[in-house]
Write a new protein. Structure first.
Length: 191
């Protein structure tokens, strides 16, 4: 019997305006790598596949339309344009063929939200148990945490630009949560 997958659940480009602008990014290429992050072969494979370095713990390496996010002591998330994900995954798998590693294209499994505005850290602090102030979460920082009950990855691309990744099945809930958190008048003045 052929494998049948349902259409991805998501918010298909939903944009939420308020003191912080939130936009669901649509389809983004994402490849998970599980391996010993200190392996020279991994660093070479990642650099060859997307032109970026393996990030230090709790950080993200950023490039034009690409990122490599530290997700755990043995896990990276490689972000590329959706059209490149399958090729990047194949290149990484081939380059890591002699190494104990796992490479999986997870593009359809996750949704990406971009938050922009001076109060974006405050919005995230409403639901995540982290300190998002500049000194504690500078540009280039990445963390795995929860936003309310949803497991997420969050990183800071610029002073007023953040990225949040959640499982796609939680995209509608996450979008609704973010819409409530950025509603005009919901500012708490924490930052």
């Amino acid at each position: 019997m052929p494998e049948v997958m349902s259409a991805p659940v998501g918010t298909a480009g939903r944009v939420i305006e308020g003191p912080v602008r939130v936009a669901e990014a649509g389809q983004v290429g994402m490849v998970t790598i599980k391996a010993d992050l200190g392996l020279p072969a991994l660093a070479e494979a990642v650099r060859a596949a997307c032109g970026l370095d393996v990030p230090a713990p709790l950080t993200v390496s950023l490039g034009d339309e690409r990122a490599v996010v530290w997700m755990a002591p043995d896990e990276l998330l490689v972000m590329v344009p959706a059209s490149e994900a399958a090729g990047v995954a194949a290149d990484l798998e081939a380059a890591l063929g002699g190494v104990h590693a796992m490479v999986v294209d997870v593009s359809s499994a996750r949704a990406v939200f971009r938050l922009e505005g001076a109060l974006a850290g405050e919005v995230l602090a409403k639901g995540a148990p982290l300190d998002f102030r500049d000194g504690a979460f500078p540009v280039g920082t990445a963390r795995r945490t929860h936003l309310g009950p949803v497991a997420v990855g969050i990183w800071r691309e610029a002073a007023e630009r953040w990225v949040l990744v959640a499982f796609r099945s939680y995209a509608p809930y996450t979008a609704d949560w973010l819409a409530a958190a950025v509603a005009p008048g919901s500012e708490v003045g924490h930052f």
